[in-house]
Design a protein around this ligand. Structure first.
Ligand code: GLN
Length: 245
């Protein structure tokens, strides 16, 4: 075979280069709970950041994921469908095993320890109590520019739709943003939650923060035993913010 012929053959036999996703989320796999609500918007935003995403409707879909997003929608409906689809226990186990979870609006309610109203039942992934429809049923939706400390000087355009707020939070919860003296963006360990809908804007910084949280946790898990890990205060405000217990 001529030299050039062999070269051609090598080229044909060489493995397909893997489709390489680019962006801060490259190499990560994040599921979006797709039972109800605006899960498509979360997927689009994450994929734009290079994250591989999938829609989660059953427990096996959680396998191999680095993170899970619980979207906005209606928390009572999400709770009912999670129960029907056998996802309540598996999502708790996913978080307990180190999986990161990002809840927006109804998702914040879903990850909370409980609600002021006492319903719906919640997953208890984060030491917060949520107040549903907290800004008033009449004022169903509004937008404000919010300063989110972890995200630098430029404010985040926050879209609130029949939003909850964080009525109270445990000492381990980091308050990232407040509005009218109420915590509306919070983090505890690998759980991030916002009362508003970053997925409905084109500002990707909260999803990028979620990616950083995932990477940091994975770095901590890979670090030798005994390595210090700071769980509070890395990304923004601590303690004194509204509602801190
Ligand atoms: N009010 C809804 C609830 O209680 C949440 C609204 C939303 O996710 N935009 O579940």
């Amino acid at each position: 075979m001529s030299h050039s012929g062999k070269q051609r053959l090598d080229w044909i036999l060489s493995p397909e280069p893997a489709l390489e996703l680019r962006g801060p989320g490259a190499g990560l796999a994040v599921g979006v709970l797709a039972l109800q609500g605006d899960f498509r918007e979360h997927r689009l935003m994450l994929e734009g950041l290079g994250v591989r995403t999938c829609e989660v409707r059953s427990a096996p879909a959680l396998a191999g994921l680095d993170g899970l997003v619980i979207p906005g929608g209606e928390s009572t409906t999400i709770h009912k469908l999670m129960t029907v689809h056998g996802l309540t226990g598996p999502i708790r186990e996913f978080a307990a095993a180190g999986g990161a979870v990002f809840g927006t609006c109804a998702g914040l309610i879903t990850v909370a320890a409980g609600t002021v109203e006492g319903a719906p039942p919640t997953l208890g992934l984060m030491d917060i109590v949520a107040r549903r429809n907290a800004f008033g049923r009449q004022v169903r939706s509004f937008e404000v520019d919010l300063s989110v400390k972890a995200l630098g000087d430029a404010p985040v355009r926050a879209v609130f739709i029949r939003a909850p707020w964080v009525e109270s939070a445990g000492a381990g919860v980091e308050v990232l943003a407040t509005y009218r003296d109420r915590a509306v963006a919070v983090r505890e360990g690998g759980i991030l939650a916002t009362a508003f809908h970053p997925e409905l804007t084109d500002d990707t910084r909260l999803h990028e923060l979620f990616i950083r949280i995932i990477r940091r946790r994975q770095g901590e898990a890979a670090a030798p035993a005994g390595a210090e890990s700071r769980s509070v205060g890395e990304f923004g405000l601590t303690a004194s913010a509204a509602g801190q217990r």
